[in-house]
Ligand binder design. Structure first.
Ligand SMILES: *[C@@H]1O[C@H](CO)[C@@H](O)[C@H](O)[C@H]1NC(C)=O
Ligand SMILES: *[C@@H]1O[C@H](CO)[C@@H](O)[C@H](O)[C@H]1NC(C)=O
Ligand SMILES: *[C@@H]1O[C@H](CO)[C@@H](O)[C@H](O)[C@H]1NC(C)=O
Ligand SMILES: *[C@@H]1O[C@H](CO)[C@@H](O)[C@H](O)[C@H]1NC(C)=O
Length: 619
């Protein structure tokens, strides 16, 4: 009798399961992911009770728990958790006694990937300072702008980057009484203070007291080129940093993993998700000064790497690189990151062996993130009932000309339908804060949408277009507005047009990004109107770009126009220019291409065009 009841219950369950499989095939994985997120929340609560909540707390906890475990492997050095702890204490002591730094001071850090990047940073955290990571590609006036905009009074420069703090930057820093420290034993000139000679004499013992922090307050600044103008220093709160640290764990990594980080630490993905994710697990990180496609698999084999962090561009470089024997001899089992296109993904997995890919989506400014945890190729995440429980968001219908959300007669926004691309927005709540940008209220205001579904509600506008399909998958479509992505960086079009406008022969320049088959993101292009009776001087333009902009922001194509079409709005004009791209069949305007080897812009011919599109000419 019992068995009969039991089997019929089982049969019923089985039928239910089959029904659920057919109508909600992803029910189970969605639920598991949701439970994992809840599990993480529990870990977090436990951490809070232990009093080890913040990024720094978590590091100190690991240093106590596993003092001798290797934390950072860099070139020929191996630093254990304890080594990094002690060295960061030495930095903290040096900054306190020699630099009089204290809680609340803002310190800008201009360093390449190296262990001391982390030691300096953690040392400053131990004093309660807020750091601002400067992008090592920016130059001269823009470097100065970034430094000044975050309100820092101290600058720490890597020994190999001293040349960036040259005659266009130093005089202004001196005028503002900024202390410049170089991470070296000696100082290149009297304008710098050397740091390492002092650090050596400092105690590595634990600091007597660590500053108390409010986890709702600001942790650090990360520069993002948002939608307009120069880079902005986005405030990243403690809460956001704590949540980011769960990234590798959510992807399935453990404390036994050896994680390879080649992305620049001044970006959030490497510093918070990467190093932070490693600290959260108590894992080992193999840090690379700079990504190298030819060294990648060799390093993975040499260090027995099991997890790699990527951005889409990096995977494409690897896929485009000639075969090396190590590419199938490694033990990498997981690749976690963002921006991977499905064509590259397929090739990547086929060529490099059974690597599990975890694709995520996240922003610097707010805590909104998705993770691809199913076996579907292409989507960045899921938008099921469960996902919305943990991370609320909406996709809004937008006007394709202006890229603004469409509002009804009563002023409310409309949700995009299934299968229709919409602008991703996230409601702001106590746990999903947006702390804004340093010294820039107006820019922060621009990122906010008010009265979206009811009077008084507030949303963060990500400016990203996503599509939600009938199976609840989310796909990334494009970035709207005045930035485009190239080589993993945001390029601000206004910043580039301002730089072009400085040249004596250019009257006006409109900058935008164009897609090229086989490339992630968009390559820069400028529609230029020349001044009366002036000619394009490509060499001069090239030299100007080298001096003022990082290489990823240079326009690869120029389109010379006699006038900008004034019958259309600026946005409409841009949309048209973007659509026409550098296609010789569509436009009659003269087109030019940046030939790096000649350091000049050369006329774009049919054969050059074909070589670019076929990948023979590599950008
Ligand atoms: C490499 O890692 C694997 C698993 O992560 C482990 O089984 C193996 O012993 C490691 N090999 C070396 C040489 O450390
Ligand atoms: C690009 O812009 C977005 C949106 O402002 C930001 O979240 C992200 O961190 C930026 N990425 C980089 C590399 O600056
Ligand atoms: C999502 O993850 C699965 C592995 O579980 C992978 O097969 C798929 O390619 C991923 N999608 C993307 C866009 O990376
Ligand atoms: C272009 O500009 C450079 C100065 O940067 C100048 O030496 C050169 O003569 C110019 N070429 C033409 C064709 O005007």
């Amino acid at each position: 009798m019992m068995t009969l009841v039991f089997t019929s219950i089982l049969a019923g369950l089985l039928a239910l399961l089959c029904y659920q499989r057919m109508s909600y095939p992803f029910f189970l994985v969605d639920l598991i992911y949701y439970l994992k997120l809840r599990g993480y929340r529990k870990t977090l609560e436990a951490r809070m009770q232990r009093g080890t909540v913040t990024y720094l707390d978590c590091f100190i906890y690991q240093a106590k728990k596993n003092p001798n475990k290797p934390f950072i492997i860099f070139e020929n050095q191996i630093l254990s958790y304890q080594d990094v702890d002690r060295r960061s204490n030495q930095f903290a002591n040096a900054f306190r006694s020699e630099g009089s730094l204290k809680k609340g001071d803002i310190v800008a850090q201009l360093m390449c990937n190296e262990p001391d990047f982390v030691c300096v940073w953690l040392g400053l955290c131990k004093l309660g300072c807020e750091v601002a990571f400067l992008n090592v590609n920016i130059k001269a006036k823009h470097l100065l702008h970034c430094f000044q905009s975050c309100g820092a009074k101290t600058l720490v420069v890597g020994a190999d980057l001293v040349h960036l703090v040259g005659k266009e930057v130093l005089p202004d820093l001196k005028k503002d009484n900024v202390a410049v420290w170089v991470v070296d034993h000696t100082s290149p000139s009297e304008d710098f203070h050397s740091l390492l000679d002092k650090v050596e004499h400092m105690s590595g013992e634990t600091l007597s007291e660590l500053p108390k922090v409010d986890i709702m307050s600001n942790f650090l600044f990360i520069f993002t080129s948002g939608t307009t103008g120069l880079s902005k220093a986005a405030r990243v709160g403690h809460m956001k940093a704590i949540v980011s640290m769960a990234f590798f764990q959510m992807c399935g990594a453990t404390s036994d993993d050896i994680i390879y980080i080649t992305l620049p630490l001044y970006h959030m993905s490497a510093s918070l998700l990467g190093i932070g994710g490693c600290i959260h697990l108590g894992a080992t990180c193999v840090l690379k000064k700079k990504f190298s496609a030819s060294q990648f698999w060799k390093d993975c084999v040499k260090h027995n790497v099991s997890v790699v962090q990527y951005i889409g561009e990096l995977c494409r470089y690897l896929v485009n690189h000639p075969v090396v024997p190590e590419e199938r001899a490694h033990s990498v089992r997981l690749a976690a990151g963002s921006g991977l296109r499905s064509d590259v993904w397929k090739e990547f997995v086929k060529r490099f062996g059974g690597i599990k890919i975890r694709e995520g989506y996240g922003l610097t400014e707010v805590s909104i993130g998705f993770l691809n945890y199913t076996d579907e190729v292409g989507p960045i995440g899921r938008a099921s009932y469960f996902n919305k429980l943990s991370i609320p968001f909406e996709l809004l219908r937008y006007d394709p000309q202006t890229y603004e959300p469409v509002r009804t007669d009563s002023g409310r926004c409309i949700r995009a339908q299934t299968g229709e691309a919409g602008i991703l927005v996230a409601p702001l709540t106590a746990t999903n804060q947006f702390l804004g940008y340093a010294g820039d209220k107006v820019q922060a205001e621009k990122k906010l949408l008010k009265d979206v579904f009811k009077a008084g509600d507030l949303y963060f506008n990500t400016g990203d277009l996503l599509l939600h399909d009938h199976r609840d998958f989310l796909y990334f479509c494009d970035r709207v507005g005045d930035t485009f992505r190239w080589k993993g960086e945001n390029v601000s079009t206004t910043e580039v047009s301002e730089v072009l406008g400085l040249l004596d022969f250019i009257q006006e320049a409109t900058v935008y990004g164009v897609t090229i088959p086989g490339y992630e993101g968009r390559a820069g292009m400028a529609a230029v109107v020349l001044k009366k009776d002036q000619k394009l001087n490509g060499t001069k333009l090239y030299n100007h770009l080298v001096k003022t902009l990082p290489a990823y922001a240079w326009p690869w194509f120029l389109r010379i126009q006699t006038s900008l079409d004034v019958t259309e709005t600026f946005k409409q004009l841009k949309v048209k220019l973007v659509q026409e791209g550098f296609n010789l069949d569509i436009t009659q305007d003269p087109l030019y291409f940046l030939d790096i080897s000649q350091k000049d812009y050369i006329p774009l011919t049919v054969s050059i065009y074909q070589d670019i599109v076929s990948g023979k000419i590599h950008l």
